[in-house]
Design a protein around this ligand. Sequence first.
Ligand SMILES: Nc1ncnc2c1ncn2[C@@H]1O[C@H](COP(=O)(O)OP(=O)(O)OP(=O)(O)O)[C@@H](O)[C@H]1O
Ligand SMILES: [Mn+2]
Length: 563
Amino acid sequence: MVSCNLGQSTRSIYLALACLSLALHLVIAFFCLSVLQNACVPPASSSSSPCVPRADAERRQSVSHSSSSPAASSSNKPPASPRNEERRGRPANTLHHKERGSFSEVTQKAKRPAEAQRVKGHSRLEALFKHPLYNLPRPEPQEDDWLLRVKKDEETRDEGSEEEEEERGQDHDASNSYDKVSWTSDVETHPPWLRFHLGISRWELYDRKDPNLYQYIFNALSVSTSFSVQKTGGTQLKLLMSFPNYGQALLKPMKQSRDAETDVNLFYFSDFERHNAEISAFHLDRLLGFNRIPPTVGRLINVTTEIREITTDDRLSRTFFTSPAGNVCFYGQCEYYCSTEHPVCGRPHMLEVSLATMLPDLSLAPRRSWRSPWRRSYSRTKRTQWEKDPAYCDTVKQTPPYSHGTRLVDLIDMAVLDFLMSNMDRHHYETFEKFGNETFLLHLDNGRAFGRHSQDEPSILMPLKQCCRSFKVQYLDTLSLYCRIRRSTLLRLQLLSLPDFRLSDVMRESLAQDPLADVAPLLSEPHLSALDRRLKKVLKVIATCQDSHADVIYNDLVGNYED
Ligand SMILES: Nc1ncnc2c1ncn2[C@@H]1O[C@H](COP(=O)(O)OP(=O)(O)OP(=O)(O)O)[C@@H](O)[C@H]1O
Ligand SMILES: [Mn+2]
């Protein structure tokens, strides 16, 4: 009896002990798992580039961090926190409840663009932008290297007393400067668009390293518009939107579903412009390290309150109508697709659009438009010279401005960008007149890019292919005559072809920063993989060229970068 009782109590003691040990094991296992998971997160920066040995990369990274960038060290550097007053503006109070939700979600997202899509806490995009190739030192900008400046107080006083307003209008050098409105020379008082304008230099449109610029622009473009009219020039419908802080943006509306592939039989200038192409082009250009496209963001706009009710443009307001489905539509007046057959419609009021930050007014910063030597024939029957003559580039190389400086390699950069996004519509490009021929090319108007993902268009790479020819003229011995691609461009392209920085991955992550990414991805997966496929093709063309020539690379990194 006693032994039976004893046996029972021993059994319950064993059982209790077993339970305790099981619980302990569970706690230990749980603890180990969480520690292991943290230990597995990859480091924030990687330097597995073939271009720079690891130790070297780290050394350079610390060097480039300590040397401040030109714009960052200038007086144009914005403060650390965004100014929220730009976000005030009129609420979209006529919105349907559901729409209001999505609108505020989208603008909410605009508050925190830096929160990139991360893979287990690891941002490939951040790692890419930390790479030395994206932090190359620039020469200290001189006064002439900035596009604009704010007039000093004394200058404004002097000019005011002279009462020579008219003359000033004609003789418009005025050192390309801004009169004061409500801001002072203190950069803290400047609205985002003015910071952008004052940061434009001879070498790039914006400083990618300025941590706030993009966020500022983002926020500024997400307030309600106060004014909208049709923008003249160009062939398809676009609007000029103004914001309460005097900022302006070029609006292109969504015209077709994002994934609709361009009809193969459509002539290249007949394709609809795509709002998501404008946005994606900005991101791609930034990823390639060019910084030659004005910051462009997507957002939902209320076509009733932000266009119809406030526009002073009769040509535009006359074209509004309500569709049988109850959606508010309009079509405006322009050369292509401005008709009842091609309306732009809200759902019922909300419409996806792209907003590109406007460049400084032409009266302040005149631009020069250049015909691209490789422009397509816009005639349906004629072929252009470059299509007929394989030695076409030899002529281009001897013709100013391509015969000197960096113009030819700039053109090649543009061809690479266009090939990657399959943009066949680069008939012209622009530069800022102030900088003469020694300046970057503006990559404006990218609405016809990203039309087709299933095909690549080899003719877009013609500048790169045709310029790779053995060409020597005894008396012309300029370096740029023989070189076809910038070394910095080639090294970045190689970097973007590595698994750690794969172009499609960084592009996906970059695009996720856009407010419209909440509605749907800006580029579908097939478009993203097309980027990787095309990048391989570009690298192949360069490698083939290097196989037969020694003078393929234009070394723009002399003294700045060794691999
Ligand atoms: N962000 C910008 N800021 C200021 N001006 C701009 C901006 N983007 C474009 N423009 C100007 O507006 C003009 C028309 O814009 P865009 O080329 O995008 O229109 P488009 O209808 O596509 O023209 P096209 O049919 O000729 O290709 C451009 O040539 C350029 O000079
Ligand atoms: Mn266009």
